[in-house]
Write a protein that binds this ligand. Sequence first.
Ligand code: ADP
Ligand code: ZN
Length: 519
Amino acid sequence: MNLTKALKALETYYGYKQFRPMQAEIIEQIYHKRDVLVLMPTGGGKSICYQIPAITMEGTGIVVSPLIALMKDQVEALKINGVRATFLNSSQSLQTQRQIEEDITKGRYDLVYVSPEKLLSQDFSQSLKRFPISLFAIDEAHCISAWGHDFRPEYTQLQFLKKQFPQIPVIACTATADEITRRDIVKQLNLPDPTVFVSSFDRPNLRLEVRPGLNRIEQITRFIQERPKESGIIYCISRKETEKIAQRLITKGIRAAFYHAGIPNEERSKVQEDFIQDRTPIVCATIAFGMGIDKSNVRWVIHHNMPKNLEGFYQEIGRAGRDGTDAHTLLFYSYSDVETWKQIMNLNASPNLDIQLAKLSRMQQYATTLFCRRKVLLNYFSEDWRHNCNNCDVCSNPPQYFDGTIPAQKALSAIYRTKETINMNLLIDVLRGSQRKEIYQNEWHLIKTYGVGKEYTSFEWRDYIEQFLNQGYLSIAPDDGNKLRLTPAGKAVLFENKKSGINKSNHYPRTRICGKSSF
Ligand code: ADP
Ligand code: ZN
């Protein structure tokens, strides 16, 4: 199979003349029956990467998607384009499901969307053996990993696909996965040697700004009044808050609506439709809003409260500026949001509480960083991004730096000499020459960097190490006791004497970041 056919299908079914970066390479891998993992930001064009192979190859492409609510619309859109697509989930009658299965067996579909529950049902796994299958696509693949931000335990059973159908290529797609999640997706799905495609997560047209969460309504009102004709979304932490804020804006003469999962379906669709059609320019919403909305002219996204992780945050701000022109993102930060999230997480007693707390603390680092915010964001998504973006509030208004190469080298060297086996608290103790038992037991008091950092308090060290983390010199392994690891950028500072600027601790008032649990 060659790409000419794929290109022809792109034009026939979608009306596009060219593939976006990586799409063609991904499709080629599937034609060669290789497994792939695709990481692209929301709106990057992941769907085409499995739809075109499914259309052009022999047999049916099975797409597993947890977003049952969107399935129908996705299939309708494909059908309008002339693609032979359908879906299967529990919302259909048994008879309809049977009929569809019969038709799949006869090769009447190129694409079938199924819910994980359906795919995993006894009945259906029998039927699968009869289907002429071209590929398996796993949409929202981060749901398979407990390290991800939206873990769905039933997803882990999907590993049976590769076991039962080793010869059928699997394409796993996600918009949000840090490095451990990526590795875990591959492991959980049993992909022996997948080709991994990571497109840049940078969206240079999005301006990033964080402000202290004081007098938010006044700030928001001013923000909107400065942009009278623009469309935007205000994300809030609770349903009640969406209603309250919309009301406050309306009383100030601003056209706004609210949206959350508690309002009737019909009304919700209307709010969404009015927003898409530019009849209501502003929606105050919970995170339930925005999934699957392809509106290109959203000019700004405000977070009235801090989200609980960078994955969610990135997805939400990603709804602004899809047309590629300038868009503004504004996050209000207040330490109380962090506390609220901690309480919610503790109340829910989630089995992966540690991971959630670690993710929360990375979100908080984004909000409180003194470095280019894009650096924090993209390093979180494991992009080795080192320069300043000039399109965030920190770049526009930089704090006071000093040459922090020596403290950076001290910290990095201590991590190196303890063979990357220590977490932040231990690192600080090693640097400050603590008499802690653990240090003697491991003979870390004998390493060259023991006690070389006494000139700074523990608080200052924590601040600096967080800055090193935000600059991408270090990473944290939440799956391994939050141990600190050196990155290529960190090694450049340690071994090649690359200069590292840091901001004076306490120079600017900062909220203390993270309790013990988050590191
Ligand atoms: P994702 O699943 O990554 O969020 P989609 O697959 O829904 O993104 O694609 C986002 C938008 O980009 C859609 O409107 C889609 O039609 C469009 N798109 C995808 N590939 C191309 C392409 N090669 N040329 C032009 N537009 C494209
Ligand atoms: Zn910047």
